[in-house]
Design a protein around this ligand. Structure first.
Ligand SMILES: [Mg+2]
Length: 372
């Protein structure tokens, strides 16, 4: 293989703000500093969930997406505050501006997280590690907040790397160490491997990347379906997905792939109820109402259909989401159907719930907010 031209590696950085909402609150309100702080729904309310917990609160086992009631049980002294999205959007726009000093290839994943492709950085710095350091320093100097960065040659490894030395971390995983790094990685850390798949893998005696590597591509696909192909590549450090700037998400939703194909309507409805709750919580979190609901159904043979229904008035209540999703489901041919994935999304966010805001018009932060 010596005759092959040298491979040109991409330089990818994944930046992730540390305990974002909670850190902004602790920055702006000194009385919250050093305290277990939960940003999200209040424990007294119905269905409140933790959006972000401060590091002090995490010591008690409090995690994102946990119910606020549970969080209060774990730490009775925790302080609960409602999110201030205007403040977070402002910070988000500022970090985007910092990123743009180095590259225009920025793919935001949420308000506090983005991929950057700095293969050809604007300032000619060349070293992705140096760029990551500079970005972290700028965030500290200009915003008084910390971020963690992962640096590698692809998105997957960069994202995993940013999580390694949190908070205020910087981790570089270079081309020569990717394979050994992936071999040591626990299966549940692999992108797209959900709880159910991880459990299945463990039952098969597959605990790490090294275990996964022993399977052929055909075996991977046979056991884990289409994602098996992605796992096969990723465990070898191969991820050719590009950093996509200007990715605009105009819908908000959730979907779930099942360990076993669903074959009866009641089963499908039960799963739709669960997915609807996730969608409902996300809509609340971003204060959005949609006029169009879309149901996505993927069958065991990977054929996919979508069905949607639009209304004159925007909605975001759980009851309507469940009802419309089930109506659309019932209108598909469920007889003899083997369903492997269901998804619900809302779009057509014409009526944004009014909220106090400083911005004259919707900034990019609003688009970002939809991408969680
Ligand atoms: Mg974060």
């Amino acid at each position: 293989m010596q005759d092959q031209p040298a491979t040109i590696f991409r330089k990818i950085i994944h930046i992730d703000m540390d305990a974002f909402y909670a850190s902004v609150e602790q920055r702006d309100f000194p009385e919250y500093r050093g305290k277990p702080l939960v940003v999200g729904g209040l424990p007294q309310g119905r269905g409140g969930v933790v959006a972000t917990a401060s590091y002090e609160a995490r010591k008690f086992g409090i995690r994102s997406a946990m119910s606020s009631k549970r969080a209060l049980q774990l730490c009775p002294d925790a302080l609960f505050v409602r999110p201030r999205f205007n403040a977070y959007r402002e910070v988000s726009q500022h970090i985007r501006e910092i990123f743009s000093r180095y590259t225009d290839l920025i793919e935001p994943l949420s308000l506090d997280e983005a991929y950057l492709d700095v293969t050809n950085d604007k300032l000619g710095i060349g070293s992705a590690i140096d760029i990551a350091k500079q970005i972290k320093q700028a965030i500290k100097d200009e915003l008084n907040l910390t971020a963690s960065a992962g640096v590698s040659i692809n998105k997957f490894v960069a994202k995993i790397a940013s999580d390694i030395n949190k908070p205020d971390g910087l981790k570089f995983i270079g081309p020569s160490s990717i394979e050994s790094f992936m071999e040591g990685l626990a299966v549940e850390k692999f992108f797209g491997v959900g709880k159910v798949t991880a459990q299945k893998m463990k039952q098969m005696g597959l605990h790490t990347g090294a275990d996964l590597k022993r399977l052929t591509e055909a075996e991977m696909i046979k056991n884990f379906g289409k994602p098996g192909r992605f796992y096969y590549q990723i465990v070898r450090g191969i991820d050719n997905r590009e950093v996509q700037p200007h990715r605009e998400t105009k819908s908000l939703g959730a979907e779930d792939t099942f360990a076993y194909d669903l074959t009866t309507l009641p089963e499908m409805e039960a799963e739709l109820d669960k997915i609807a709750i996730t969608v409902y919580n996300r809509l609340l979190k971003y204060e959005l109402k949609g006029r169009t609901l879309t149901l996505k159904v993927k069958y065991h043979d990977f054929k996919q259909i979508t069905r949607n229904q639009s209304f004159t008035t925007a909605f975001n209540d759980l009851e309507t989401i469940c009802r419309v999703a089930k109506q659309l489901m019932a209108a598909t041919n469920t007889e003899d159907a083997k369903v492997r994935l269901l998804g619900i999304s809302l779009s057509n966010f014409g009526d944004v719930v009014p909220r106090p805001r400083n911005e004259k018009e919707a900034g990019p932060g609003d688009q970002l907010a939809l991408e969680i």
